[in-house]
Design a binder for this molecule. Structure first.
Ligand SMILES: NC(=O)c1ccc[n+]([C@@H]2O[C@H](COP(=O)([O-])OP(=O)(O)OC[C@H]3O[C@@H](n4cnc5c(N)ncnc54)[C@H](OP(=O)(O)O)[C@@H]3O)[C@@H](O)[C@H]2O)c1
Length: 230
């Protein structure tokens, strides 16, 4: 594979972002991966992460314009997100899950990035009554309006993976979904929990084989894309 892609990754310390970063660094098609992070990146042993393809910018996201040049890449992977509990208020949640994502997309489009890949959620809907789903839906609509040559909107249900912090609501959802899994054959299964590494693998596969226009990828499509890249 001879492609020398350059990517920018936001959210590299998160469950999906960490897996995307590991996969991009290991992938022969990527020559450079720039990461914006507000805390140091470390490897499994706790040592600072170093790799010849990796460029780390330790920065917050309130003034991404100051780093506009870093958006002149082939793809921007946006794996940002928080929870209402961690953010502390609806406004602070919206800043991360909507404003930062949309601002990153605007800069990526302005700087000529061909492909924007953003993690949203399965129930995203700008008219939803549930706050979380509404913010995700509004973010999707704002990013879609920018008319990227390729836009991949990732819509997982609950994420499985090795998370340091315990999130009770998510854990209850995962247990419930596992109990209901036998019913998946009667639906499109998009509500089933999915491994965060499968999502990451699918994102990298989607970036390696971009399609024109917008595509929304849920459980079945994510698993199939991930499997096709093995
Ligand atoms: N968890 C689920 O079950 C689930 C289900 C469906 C969809 N999703 C969506 O999937 C996406 C990724 O989820 P995840 O579980 O991988 O996320 P995560 O583990 O919580 O990681 C979120 C990332 O966003 C960064 N971030 C959060 N607030 C920030 C801020 N104020 N400034 C700068 N960076 C900030 C975090 O940086 P720090 O490490 O510095 O905090 C981290 O890198 C999110 O959009 C989430 O809503 C999650």
């Amino acid at each position: 594979m001879t492609t020398a892609y350059r990517a920018l990754l936001l959210g590299a310390t998160g469950l999906i972002g960490q897996a995307v970063l590991a996969r991009l660094l290991a992938h022969p098609a990527w020559a450079r991966v720039t990461v914006f992070t507000r805390r140091p990146l470390v490897d499994a042993a706790g040592n600072p992460l170093a790799h010849d393809k990796l460029v780390v910018r330790e920065t917050g996201l309130d003034d991404m314009d100051a780093c506009a040049d870093d958006f002149a890449v082939d793809q921007v992977f946006c794996c940002l997100g928080t929870t209402l509990r961690k953010a502390g208020s609806k406004a602070a949640f919206r800043r991360v899950d909507h404003d930062y994502c949309v601002e990153a997309a605007r800069l990526a489009r302005r700087q000529g990035a061909d492909h924007f890949l953003v993690v949203s959620a399965v129930n995203a809907n700008p008219r939803a009554r549930v706050f979380y789903s509404r913010i995700k839906g509004e973010m999707e609509a704002a990013v879609e309006a920018l008319n990227f040559p390729s836009l991949s909107i990732i819509q997982p249900s609950l994420l499985l993976g090795n998370r340091q912090e315990f999130r009770l609501g998510e854990q209850v959802g995962i247990w419930s979904a596992k109990a209901l899994k036998p019913l998946a054959g009667w639906s499109d299964a998009s509500w089933l929990p999915i491994e965060s590494d499968t999502v990451a693998q699918a994102m990298v596969a989607a970036a390696a084989l971009p399609e024109p226009g917008t595509r929304r990828l849920r459980y079945a499509a994510l698993r199939s894309l991930a499997a096709s890249s093995q």
